[in-house]
Design a protein around this ligand. Structure first.
Ligand SMILES: NC(=O)C1=CN([C@@H]2O[C@H](COP(=O)(O)OP(=O)(O)OC[C@H]3O[C@@H](n4cnc5c(N)ncnc54)[C@H](OP(=O)(O)O)[C@@H]3O)[C@@H](O)[C@H]2O)C=CC1
Ligand SMILES: Cc1cn([C@H]2C[C@H](O)[C@@H](COP(=O)(O)OP(=O)(O)O[C@H]3O[C@@H](C)C(=O)[C@@H](O)[C@H]3O)O2)c(=O)[nH]c1=O
Ligand SMILES: [Mg+2]
Length: 306
């Protein structure tokens, strides 16, 4: 089994290096080894390795900057993804890809299902949706995991931003009218590996004819259980950090609740980012823990640095 991992230095990519390693020969590429904006070189890379599985964790994830860098966002999140899907179809490889809650407009009351209508409100969300659509149109075998509010020990994320700001400011102001589920890169990587193992085992035992492996293909919501506002999430991170003895760097902070209107940003974010993950749980027999479980781990892991 040969697996090609792209975006191996991102939050999710870094965890995939660990979780995919036991599945077979893993070729892990960071941006230096595989730049998704270089389409010809990307195509040649896939042709050279002919992997059984391509896992794409690379993405243009700077949500506000994307409003200015529209072409770059679409090149990485859509055009390059379409190319990977086309290559996967040619080589009969399985493609694993990640997408986002930002494909929704956030107007629904209740958790989003995979079958709900998409309506992205930002360039980032639009470019990620286009990537999803190009995969579906290619006819390759694929899994698209839509996740949200990703965090990890390594890399940049909201929880670490809150800790940094708490060391600099007396008061944090955080939007309290956008809800979602903070999801750990570790969890995403572990679930990816579990799902791939289930699919690959079935196909190696020839229990899965091509049609069946195609029926697994599609979009799955992959998020931790529970929901919070960004404000509640920030509050949880700060309280937990204080309880772990981070006080030398973080003075007890007031985390003030504000509205989206009070925190203008170039890109619009959905008010409701909550996604229902029961299709994933059901199909692959996966348990998704509460978001707090992994946020606690994050803070325990970061605590020696404080
Ligand atoms: N972060 C989040 O909150 C969420 C992420 N997602 C999706 O999950 C997936 C993983 O995201 P996550 O790990 O958090 O993102 P990160 O921003 O942590 O990592 C993205 C990685 O992509 C790499 N990358 C960017 N441009 C290119 C390029 N042109 N060629 C090759 N590599 C490139 C970056 O490289 P470099 O290190 O050199 O910059 C980085 O290592 C993405 O598909 C993202 O859209 C979905 C929902 C939420
Ligand atoms: C830093 C900060 C942010 N906010 C708000 C702005 C925004 O509505 C929310 C989160 O801000 P961030 O910029 O950290 O998060 P953002 O970049 O929007 O995070 C998104 O990234 C992409 C890649 C995804 O796919 C999404 O799932 C989501 O995780 O918190 C505050 O209210 N106060 C603050 O001090
Ligand atoms: Mg961001």
């Amino acid at each position: 089994m040969k697996l090609l991992l792209l975006g191996a230095n991102g939050q999710v990519g870094w965890e995939l290096r660990r979780s995919l390693a036991p599945l077979g020969e893993l070729i892990a590429c960071d941006r230096k080894l595989a730049d998704l904006s270089q389409l010809q070189a990307l195509s040649a890379l896939v042709d050279r390795h002919q992997p059984n599985v391509i896992v794409n964790a690379a993405a243009y994830t700077a949500v506000d900057q994307a409003e200015q860098e529209v072409e770059q966002a679409f090149l990485i999140n859509a055009e390059a993804v379409g190319l990977l899907a086309e290559k996967a179809r040619q080589h009969d490889s399985f493609l694993v890809h990640y997408s986002t809650d930002y494909v929704f407009d956030g107007e629904k009351s209740g958790a989003y299902l995979e079958s709900d209508a998409v309506n992205p409100q930002s360039i980032y969300g639009k470019s990620k949706l286009k990537g999803e659509q190009l995969i579906a149109a290619s006819g390759c075998k694929h899994l698209i995991f839509r996740t949200s509010w990703v965090f990890a020990t390594r890399g940049n994320n909201f929880a670490k931003t809150m800790l940094k700001l708490a060391a600099q400011r007396d008061t944090l102001q955080v939007v309290a009218d956008q809800f979602g589920a903070p999801t750990s890169a570790e969890l995403i990587a572990d679930v990816t590996s579990l799902c791939l193992q289930r699919i690959l085992t079935l196909s190696q035992q020839s229990m899965m004819p091509d049609e069946l492996s195609e029926t697994f293909s599609g979009i799955y919501h992959l998020v931790a259980a529970g929901e919070v506002s960004w404000h509640q999430y920030a509050q949880y991170v700060i309280e937990k950090a204080i309880s772990l003895g981070f006080e030398s760097r973080i003075q007890p902070q007031a985390v003030q609740a504000i509205s989206t209107a009070e925190f203008p940003r170039p890109a619009s974010r959905p008010a409701n980012s909550v996604m229902n993950a029961s299709k994933l749980s059901r199909t692959f027999d996966i348990h998704l823990p509460d978001w707090q479980c992994y946020v606690d781990r994050l803070l325990e892991e970061l605590s020696p640095q404080f």
